[in-house]
Design a binder for this molecule. Structure first.
Ligand code: CO
Length: 435
């Protein structure tokens, strides 16, 4: 079951420790496939039948391909490029026990803390530097094992296996160096950014898990890697966009930042980024603004964010009937309180797309006594209010430093995304046609 698409996914994730890297690596793939970068500060010069992408904050990216002639609507897929990790504070050094230097960190998102212990970590993100009188952002990834958060020996903490709680301010500081090291954290990042220490104005840097992904199991049926949530979906949607035939609608693939902290930033799903981009595509295609609402009504969105597979040790956490399994296809997520946007219509539309793509689907609902998580679908729908479905790929250990998913499912999502992006959505009242 070993396949090249998972090798490529694992390489992509390994090279994408932060949302900035996810966006940069997505941009590189798009450029290699003939897509042209646009800048929000410039006029959008868009030619029919061509592909483009635009970044915001360098950490979110929207790629799109416009139809050759008739322009019916937008077929949108959205995923997120950020994952839970530890943000390194701007006063990083913490002296400890007269022997060590640790880094001062805070949590970014809701990770499983224990999974971050005793693993090689490093630092990556953006450094903002003064360069020839300008302020310039530089992406860095210190590509070596640099940090580690050590456990306390069980002999010193006999409660280590008894439902331990972790205090982020005490238990989660990564060890960086011996106290007498000549190398400060600032010195290392200046070297990496190719600047002098005094030219560093600020930074957004994060401790991330260095471990590379792997494919494993009796039949190589599993993949494990950091950041599968949500780079497995982001990567698959992007590949679907590249494969798609230009249809009557514009295909739009979004990779937002900051989903793990509620999406409420200018580059998150709770921003104007998608709305702005759709309007600017519409204007650049020379359409009459009075038709915009009509075009929006003929649009559909797939919010793609990984889902929970039934756990081998704790199958009781899954719903009694809808029990997603890895390698059994794309999961459509339902929630009565609309934490997931899926409704009967959007589920039906997406199921038909998957049928066309020859891809199996399964359902997820939370146990009725468990609140569950949220994602970007309903947040985005508040800005661009269109029929939306929430989906994902079944995985284990969501928000662990090292997550596990199904080897077949990456391909399933690429196939479904390819058909989706090649399709159009024609809704008039209660009747729908997928063209
Ligand atoms: Co997610």
């Amino acid at each position: 079951m070993e396949n090249t698409v998972n090798k490529e996914l694992i390489d992509f994730i390994y090279a994408s420790p932060t949302a900035w890297h996810t966006a940069a690596n997505a941009a590189k793939i798009l450029e290699d496939n003939g897509y042209t970068q646009l800048f929000e500060s410039d006029n959008y010069d868009i030619k029919p039948g061509k592909g483009y992408f635009v970044k915001r904050n360098d950490s979110a990216i929207i790629a799109f391909k416009v139809p050759k002639a008739d322009f019916r609507g937008y077929m949108i897929m959205a995923a997120h490029g950020d994952s839970p990790c530890f943000k390194i504070k701007c006063s990083p050094a913490v002296k400890s026990a007269n022997a060590y230097v640790q880094l001062n960190v805070e949590r970014y998102g809701g990770m499983i803390c224990s999974s971050w212990l005793d693993r090689p970590l490093s630092a990556a993100g953006r450094v903002v530097v003064r360069e020839n009188g300008r302020i310039v952002s530089k992406l860095i990834n210190i590509d070596r094992d640099l940090l580690l958060i050590p456990n306390v020996a069980i002999h010193m903490d006999r409660s280590a296996n008894d439902g331990k709680s972790y205090n982020a301010n005490v238990d989660m500081l990564p060890l960086f160096s011996a106290a007498d090291s000549e190398n400060s954290f600032e010195k290392i990042i200046a070297r990496e950014a190719g600047c002098e220490e005094e030219d560093i104005l600020s930074y957004d840097l994060f401790a991330y898990c260095r471990q590379k992904g792997t494919q494993w199991g009796a039949d190589n049926e599993f993949i494990s890697s950091p950041r599968l949530d949500d780079q497995q979906c982001a990567y698959s949607c992007l590949q679907g966009l590249l494969n798609a035939e230009a249809g009557d609608s514009a295909a739009v693939c979004c990779i937002f930042d900051n989903e793990e902290v509620g999406s409420g930033t200018k580059q998150g799903a709770d921003s104007t980024f998608l709305e702005d981009t759709l309007c600017r595509i519409f204007d650049a295609m020379g359409r009459d603004r009075r038709e915009l609402a009509q075009v929006i009504s003929q649009s559909f969105m797939v919010s793609a964010d990984n889902a929970h597979a039934v756990h081998p040790n704790h199958p009781e956490y899954a719903d009694r009937n809808d029990r997603p399994l890895m390698n059994k296809g794309i999961v459509i997520k339902y929630n009565a309180n609309q934490k997931y946007t899926t409704d009967a219509v959007s589920a039906a539309v997406f199921s038909e797309i998957c049928k066309k793509a020859d891809v199996p689907v399964q359902r997820f609902t939370n146990r009725a006594d468990m609140p569950g998580g949220s994602t970007l679908g309903n947040i985005s729908a508040a800005h661009v209010s269109i029929d939306t479905v929430d989906i994902g790929l079944a995985q284990l250990a969501m928000h662990s430093a090292y997550e596990t998913a199904g080897a077949k499912d990456t391909e399933y999502l690429i196939k479904a995304a390819t058909v989706f992006f090649s399709s159009s959505f024609n809704r008039r009242g209660s009747e729908i046609e997928i063209l």
